[in-house]
Ligand binder design. Structure first.
Ligand code: NAD
Length: 293
């Protein structure tokens, strides 16, 4: 079977290019989109993510602010900054890089972000809007990126059986909501750590989305021939031969699964680049909605 490799780098570039004209128009009208990225502590992986978000803004002409706060920042200090950003007319999107240090109550911080500026789509108002299929809401960037990949490659979802592995608020649950929505019309099964007969359930999937965080969990016997496989997982596995001593693998055993499916995302270079492109899209949408009032 010929397998289409769903190229996230290229698709993300297309999505970013589509934002150039709306950004230019908003800017001409005096509303340059603005994103504030808040990092608490010095987690190296978080710093890399934050820097790539800021860089993506710079490349598109989106104004960005990076707030790097020490790891002993208190909950109150962080909430004060969030309130300040909520009031700042130059800022349309606010995100607090996850995970914050353990003494920070992340859920409470998210509740303090103005939902109109919640470009990560984690605020309860936006979670509700996704369920209600209210298009003014913000959808979490990673599942939004998965949908954009399917759309760009013309992969139909209506009437298909989609199995989502994982039930997190960041990926699994919003992914399932998007697939079951009236825009996508898939029939959705959500599987998780307590699901029994996982391989058997996955073998019934026309579209399989893996968002588990377990390296190469999905093997050849999970795959219905011709299925579309979207691998969200990003896992570090030790590899003495790699320059940094580790390499990145997804939740899918790519070499075993690829020959069986009609389309599959690689890791890296699949869903990862889409996430940042969708963050940019959400920031432009927030600016458009706020400035249009
Ligand atoms: P999470 O830990 O919050 O959730 C993992 C989910 O997997 C849970 O719902 C759990 O029930 C389920 N699970 C665990 N073990 C399982 C098993 N054996 N079988 C079936 N289900 C099982 O993780 P998350 O934040 O949803 O992230 C999942 C993966 O996606 C991670 O590897 C993460 O790094 C990656 N991720 C990638 C991007 C991206 O931009 N590509 C963004 C977010 C997360």
């Amino acid at each position: 079977m010929t397998t289409t490799i769903l190229d996230g780098k290229h698709t993300a570039e297309l999505a970013r290019n589509a934002l150039l004209s709306p950004i230019a128009q908003l800017t001409r009208n005096g509303h340059t989109p603005g994103l504030a990225v808040v990092l608490v502590g010095d987690d190296p992986a978080s710093r890399v993510y934050v820097n790539s978000k800021v860089k993506a803004c710079e490349q598109l002409g989106i104004f960005s602010q990076k707030w790097t706060l020490p790891s002993d920042t208190t909950q109150i200090e962080l909430l004060e900054l969030i309130h300040k950003l909520n009031e700042d007319p130059a800022i349309h999107g606010i995100l607090v890089q996850s995970p914050p240090p353990p003494h920070i109550d992340e859920a409470e911080v998210i509740r303090h972000i103005n939902p109109d500026k919640d470009v990560d789509g984690f605020h309860p108002v936006n979670v509700a809007k996704l369920t209600l299929e209210d298009p003014s809401g913000f959808v979490p960037c990673t599942p939004l990126g998965c949908m954009e990949l399917l759309k760009t490659y013309g992969i139909p979802t209506a009437g298909k059986h989609a199995v989502v592995l994982g039930r997190s608020m960041i990926v699994g649950k919003p992914m399932a909501s998007l697939l079951v929505s009236k825009a996508a019309n898939a029939t959705v099964t959500i599987a998780h750590s307590r699901t029994q007969n996982l391989a058997e359930i996955c073998r019934n999937a026309d579209i399989l989305i893996a968002a588990v965080g377990k390296p190469e969990l999905v093997k050849a016997d999970f795959i219905k021939p011709g299925a579309v496989v979207i691998d969200v997982g990003i896992n570090r596995v030790e590899d003495a031969s790699a320059p940094r001593g580790y390499r990145l693998v997804g939740d899918v055993d790519f070499s075993a699964v690829q020959p069986l499916c009609s389309a599959i995302t690689p890791v890296p270079g699949g869903v990862g680049p889409m996430t940042i492109a969708m963050l940019m899209a959400n920031t432009v949408k927030a600016c458009r909605q706020i400035s249009g009032r």
